[in-house]
Design a protein around this ligand. Sequence first.
Ligand SMILES: [Zn+2]
Length: 254
Amino acid sequence: MTEGRTVSSPTTDLPPPDVALVIAAHPDDAEFGVGATFAKWAESATVLHHLVLTDGSKGTWDPAVDQVALIATRREEQRAAARALGSTGACHFLDRVDGELVASTTNRGRVAEVIRRLRPDVVIGHDPWKRYRLHPDHRAAGRLCVEGVVAARDPFFHPEQLVDGLEPHRPDALLLFEADEVNHVETLEQRHLAARIEALEAHRSQMATTHFYRAGEGDPLEEFRRREARRLRDMGDLVGARLGEAFHIVVDQL
Ligand SMILES: [Zn+2]
């Protein structure tokens, strides 16, 4: 969960969009990727939507866990996290099996349909070109986000969707988080970091496996909060800001 190279002069701070859609592989990925930026945009009344592609059913180290209950828990956690960011949009769930997400034409069509329905000005997702990323869902989710944007804008992709009043849609910007090459930073304030941490902590079922992963000595929750603050300081440093979230922004192919 670190950023890659950075171009010499990253751009900063898009105008707050009217509607933003984050497309994430699992519940909690969106908060790690764009949580503080979402909290900032919520102050400008941006309608924030989440699209979570998998059911999160492998998000545990406990082989005896009830996966049906885990799926339900993680949905509620995702909704609580969105509320913590100030979201007035909705959490949408595609419910593909965790760990088995593929960038298929069918899944791409489902993503395009959501984009055509919600008509976001900015779409945010995983960077599918992030090198050495191990988790297959993160690569597939990145591809589905990028390719879903293309399919949503062009009328001959999934034309069957366009009969009930849906129209092709072209966002103004695409932001990719955990970017292989950072070229854009959203600058942030302490309260946005606080909202990001509160949202991440809403994913209670993931604390042991994700948030406290490789925690050292001491209180793991405090260490998690310090690590989050350090990460946003490092990303802010890229543009001389106190805090930030870094992305690869794409605007010229939309
Ligand atoms: Zn994930």
